[in-house]
Design a binder for this molecule. Structure first.
Ligand SMILES: NC(=O)c1ccc[n+]([C@@H]2O[C@H](COP(=O)([O-])OP(=O)(O)OC[C@H]3O[C@@H](n4cnc5c(N)ncnc54)[C@H](O)[C@@H]3O)[C@@H](O)[C@H]2O)c1
Ligand SMILES: N[C@H](CO)Cc1c[nH]c[nH+]1
Ligand SMILES: [Zn+2]
Length: 433
């Protein structure tokens, strides 16, 4: 097995920004190719509905479904999976679900209103989505944790119906995934994935109901499809291939750091694991750990492809500079493996989730810490936030004018409307004065 030599960048280099950009960006030609392929799939699902959905599912997931009806799991299958789960798994799943629920309950937005002196009432009414589509990935690994992360906030928000999609490669369902759907209260489950599942949820087919919003993580095909159907449906964010950025002061066990990098690299060849340190000797120690530990890993091939294709070590002058680079990268997960994580955290403003201190392995957040693991990738943490109850809620403005309020506001509206030459607006307001 050839040793991995991590790409090394130095923030002091003149072309550091250019090199960093090259490492963060997708290869432009791959990007375009994926884009085109996904567009074709979406157009075909829109045009041919179930027929196209069956064909793509059988082609990409190696299944042999004969009818679209066979794509939906029987409602009893979820309960059976839960009832027959080994008790250690059932306890872990229920504990994780309870913790995700407790955290989500803090996020619920409430309606509010206030009354002005003339009796006019203004407010905001918060309502839940009617129908949410939950994408649960399942190509290279099964993700029961993503079922909980998608469904529990939707339930807390009070969504009317939860429609889950999950690919089942070779037709194999995963008992933990089904049990998680039962625990979290999912209403319907379809065994479809990829761009075709996203398109089916967005436009609806004869068998798949169209939803109001699609949430959840997935690979590059899923993330691209979500981008492309936005507008037809809402989406939560771009939650693509996993990323971890670790800032370490050189004092954490290098094996721990290497394994933390593996933990995200093992998701996908396209996952990204980056380590920043002010200690060049430590970067070398972590590389030694990587090469020592890699042969023990079941998913060594995926980890190797991810680390060599998209990973990096970045040497910085000090931890403040590390924070600046982290803000530039805006990673999905940021580990602050340093002596004083609270102080360093003060300097961070772009990250999906921040894991503080040497003992907070990012993997704990993936399963059971409580905060959602569906997080923005590809630097979109500059403007996106973790999936939460608020993603399943909408806000409507409320305006209830008293007779006196209509006089007061009518005069202002009339002047402004006439300034815009919109006479019907002006007269509508004036009628009530
Ligand atoms: N950002 C987050 O919050 C988060 C959370 C969990 C997982 N993830 C990421 O989710 C992803 C899961 O990926 P996965 O592949 O295991 O499952 P997935 O369900 O996302 O993708 C599997 C589907 O991809 C499609 N596909 C695969 N190859 C294709 C091709 N050549 N052409 C067209 N379609 C193709 C197929 O339809 C298949 O069903 C990983 O990248 C992981 O890092 C992200
Ligand atoms: N790390 C993923 C988010 O990028 C979430 C996950 C689920 N299971 C394991 N990990
Ligand atoms: Zn993970």
């Amino acid at each position: 097995m050839t040793a991995i030599k991590m790409l090394r960048l130095d923030s002091a280099a003149i072309d550091f920004e250019k090199q960093l950009q090259a490492r963060l960006a997708w290869d432009a030609s791959d990007d375009l190719e994926i884009h085109k392929r996904v567009l074709d799939i979406i157009a075909d699902i829109k045009k041919r509905g179930d027929k196209a959905l069956l064909e793509y599912t059988n082609r990409f997931d190696g299944t042999s479904f004969k009818t679209a009806a066979a794509l939906e799991l029987a409602p009893g299958a979820l309960k059976t999976a839960w009832d027959t789960l080994p008790s250690t798994q059932a306890i872990a799943l229920q504990t994780a679900a309870d913790r995700v629920l407790a955290y989500a309950e803090h996020q619920k937005l409430q309606s509010w209103q206030y009354t002005e002196l003339d009796g006019t009432v203004l407010g905001q009414k918060v309502t839940a989505l009617d129908k949410a589509g939950l994408y649960v990935p399942g190509g290279k690994a099964a993700y029961p944790s993503s079922v909980l992360m998608n469904a529990i906030p939707a339930k807390v928000a009070g969504v009317g119906e939860l429609i889950m999609v999950v690919p089942t490669p070779r037709g194999e369902t995963n008992a933990l995934v089904l049990a998680a759907a039962y625990v979290a209260g999912v209403d319907r489950v379809f065994t479809i994935g990829g761009a075709q599942a996203v398109a089916a949820l967005a436009y609806g087919t004869e068998s798949i109901p169209a939803v109001d919003k699609i949430v959840g993580p997935g690979n590059i095909y899923v993330a691209t499809a979500k981008k492309l159907v936005f507008g037809q449906v809402g989406i939560d964010m771009i939650a693509g291939p996993s990323e971890i950025l670790i800032i370490c002061d050189g004092q954490t066990n290098p094996d721990w750091i290497a394994m933390d990098m593996f933990s995200q690299a093992e998701h996908d060849e396209n996952a990204q694991a980056i380590l920043i340190s002010d200690d060049a000797a430590f970067l070398q120690q972590v590389e030694t750990s990587i090469n020592k530990l890699l042969p023990e890993m079941e998913r060594a091939d995926i980890i190797r492809a991810s680390l060599t294709g998209r990973g990096a070590f970045i040497k910085v002058a000090n931890l403040s500079e590390a924070a600046q680079v982290a803000n530039r990268i805006a990673p999905e997960h940021l580990e602050l493996s340093v002596a004083e994580p609270e102080a360093l955290c003060e300097q961070i403003h772009n990250a999906g989730a921040i894991f503080m201190g040497r003992f907070t392995a990012e993997a704990l957040g993936d399963y059971c810490a409580g905060p959602n693991h569906v997080l923005p990738t590809s630097s979109t943490a500059r403007y996106s936030s973790p999936l939460g109850v608020y993603d399943f809620q909408k806000r409507s403005s409320l305006i209830n004018c008293s007779a006196v309020g209509a006089q007061n506001l009518g005069k202002i509206a009339s002047v402004l409307a006439r300034g815009e030459s919109l006479t019907a607006h002006a007269r509508s307001a004036e009628f009530r004065i």
